[in-house]
Ligand binder design. Structure first.
Ligand code: ZN
Length: 150
């Protein structure tokens, strides 16, 4: 189990050091999120077409957990449908709040996101991990974004 914890730790540190999809997306819907508990700030850009997420990226300043969560999120959501993104978000949220137990995770598709599973022991940090996801949802709901106003 401790080997696994080390692996999870490494995943988070790696994504924090080299965040994937850390860039601005032109002509995308965007939303800004802020977690006052920790000071994390994130901007999420989403390009959605016909219910599918064509591209997703983020920028921002936050702790290792929020940055790694945003980075892994963008990797996992690219090419997925909005419905799949919703499902994954729900499972992720259930996991970090301790509602989705390890035995129920088979076929959950969480994979690298399981690196955050121990956050259920640190309720203060749960918001760091879910902030990018909430912000992504807000961006998807942003129908007045650059894309649709053209
Ligand atoms: Zn944080």
């Amino acid at each position: 189990m401790s080997d696994l914890n080390e692996l999870y730790q490494e995943i988070i540190l790696d994504h924090n050091k080299r965040p994937r999809n850390y860039r601005k997306l032109a002509a995308a819907s965007k939303a800004e999120g802020h977690n006052p508990m920790c000071g994390d700030r994130v901007t999420v850009y989403v390009k959605e077409k016909d219910g599918r997420i064509e591209d997703v990226a983020f920028e921002g300043l936050g702790c290792a957990i929020s940055t790694a969560s945003a980075s892994i999120m963008t990797e996992r959501l690219k090419g997925r449908t909005v419905a799949e993104a919703d499902t994954l978000f729900r499972r992720f949220q259930d996991m970090v709040t301790g509602k989705l137990l390890p035995g129920d995770r088979d076929g959950s598709g969480l994979d690298a996101l399981e690196a955050f599973q121990h956050l259920s022991d640190y309720p203060m940090r749960v918001k760091c991990a879910t902030l990018p996801w909430h912000t992504m949802k807000a961006a998807l709901g942003d129908r007045d974004g650059a894309e649709s106003s053209r």
